[in-house]
Design a protein around this ligand. Structure first.
Ligand code: 5AD
Ligand code: SF4
Length: 469
């Protein structure tokens, strides 16, 4: 942290203390304990941000409710990557208004990616004027200050900036799991894929200093964390922009060296930046999980160029097949988009060709969604809905066939699984995650949660296994 980051951190910690005193007084007057909850939409980054928001709420004295919108303060941590994420939030806000009518003291907040987008922000201010607090992705570190202003009676607080002033470390945090944790290694994205709103709402790429990251992971390990997931929009460009900073493969090695850390994952890798060094690093350290998410988006070189992905179909295929060749037990997953402007049935044939050749273990398939302000949104050759639907169904069918075939390859093996939870629908069973990210259900007891056990994979049921210790 630089000096400005240190000062900003101290100031925010001070606000937490002041909010605690204010909340104590409010509770004395009202005679009840105030509750709060954070409702999270979107990706792993948002999930991690929500742990920080929850930590600040708890340290300020709120009783935290999990996934409940019946709290006295409900904070929506939003996503805007596709329009359906926006629509989902608007649905929740409609319901929040009826709750607020029943509980007039209720406070509602919105943060995350959605308010960073000017037209969405306008809509919230106009159509959902009962929202008390709005702040953006770059202002997350100042949440203690905004909370303090809310508790002092201020309403209609709206704080959005278009860039980050500080990386604030070390604020309170509440982790969802005791044995695994996400760790941000970088924020933002510089890639400007022409369909994507992320660089516009999350800003330019900024890496955290490796010393801070490693300190955080050492502290997590001391607290019983066994698995960490290193988070960034493009982890392969980690360190760019910091003089003398180590590379991503080197960071991975140093994380693996930390006592107590038994598994390391990371997300997401841009294919254009994935180095041979990274492949060799994964191969040589068993602690690095046998799972790589490598977004393809499209298999057509022409479409990829128009998306500004900076690789061709052949380069992607070469990379993916080389990875599978070097590390045969790795599970490869991907993101695929259908309906990018100008996409033809022949382009989709190329995408299907890549799916068949790579044989993904799983894939997230998305219908292209027009995002205001991105270059692709202003193109006139948007693809008719009926053709998108037809192409999407073809891609989905191929992905499902590939996933089904690939999941069978673990049949009968004995593999280590990290036990994550008790199974809510099968009594006497627990659910574990394999290094390759597959899920396995097997007979077990709650005391196994957080431990790594060897499980025999007995029966493949599509995307998961049934097994026994
Ligand atoms: N429309 C549809 N999908 C999108 N993604 C990003 N932007 C869009 C968009 N405008 C998908 C990409 C990315 C994933 C996180 O979301 O496939 O990899
Ligand atoms: Fe969006 Fe492309 Fe950046 Fe991923 S790499 S966040 S798809 S701009």
């Amino acid at each position: 942290m630089n000096q400005s980051d240190v000062l900003a951190t101290l100031a925010q910690k001070e606000y937490v203390g002041r909010s605690f005193d204010l909340l104590t007084n409010i509770e004395k007057e009202s005679g009840k304990k105030l509750t709060a909850s954070v409702i999270t939409f979107g990706c792993q980054m948002n999930a991690r941000d929500s742990e920080k928001l929850a930590g600040i709420l708890a340290a300020s004295g709120f009783e935290l409710l999990e996934d409940s919108e019946d709290a006295d303060f409900v904070l929506y941590n939003t996503c805007t990557v596709r329009d359906n994420a926006n629509q989902k939030l608007y649905g929740h806000l409609g319901e929040a208004l009826s709750r607020k009518k029943k509980n007039p003291g209720m406070m509602i907040g919105i943060c995350g990616c959605l308010p960073q987008e000017p037209s969405a922000l306008e809509k919230i201010k106009k159509s959902y004027s009962f929202v008390d607090l709005i702040f953006g992705t770059h202002n997350l570190y100042a949440f203690p200050e905004y909370l303090n202003r809310l508790l002092s009676g201020e309403r209609h607080i709206c704080e959005i900036t278009d860039h980050a002033d500080n990386i604030v470390e070390d604020l309170p945090i509440i982790r969802k799991y005791s044995f695994k944790s996400g760790v941000n290694i970088m924020f933002g994205c510089n890639n400007f894929c022409t369909y994507c709103i992320v660089p516009h709402v999350r800003g330019r790429e900024r890496s955290r200093e490796s010393g801070d990251i490693l300190d955080e992971i050492r502290a997590l390990a001391e607290n019983g964390v066994k698995e960490v997931m290193l988070l960034g929009q493009n982890v392969n460009s980690y360190g760019n922009g910091i003089d003398g900073e180590i590379s991503f493969p080197e960071l991975l090695k140093r994380v693996c060296d930390i006592d107590g850390i038994e598994r390391v994952r990371f997300m997401t890798s841009h294919p254009k930046d994935l180095s041979e060094d990274l492949i060799q690093t994964i191969k040589s350290d068993e602690k690095i999980c046998r799972h790589l998410h490598l977004p393809l988006q499209s298999g057509s070189t022409r479409v990829l160029k128009e998306m500004n992905r900076r690789y061709t179909k052949e380069q992607y295929l070469d990379l993916a097949l080389r990875i599978k060749d070097e590390i045969p037990d790795i599970a490869l997953t991907t993101d695929i988009m259908v309906g990018f402007p100008g996409e033809t049935a022949a382009d989709v044939d190329d995408t299907i060709d890549v799916i068949k050749k790579v044989e993904y273990d799983n894939a997230f398939t998305f219908i292209y969604s027009k995002r205001m302000g991105t270059p692709a949104a202003s193109r006139e050759d948007q693809v008719p809905e009926a053709l998108v639907k037809e192409n999407f169904d073809r891609v989905l069918k191929c992905v499902q066939e590939s996933a089904k075939k690939q999941s069978l390859r673990w049949q009968g093996m004995v593999l280590p699984a990290l036990v994550e939870e008790t199974n809510s629908s099968l009594e006497g069973y627990v659910t574990g995650r394999l290094s390759n990210n597959m899920i396995v259900h097997f007979p077990g007891t709650p005391d196994m949660i957080g431990s790594i056990v060897s499980v025999k994979l007995e029966e493949c049921r599509g995307f998961y296994y049934m097994g026994s210790v």
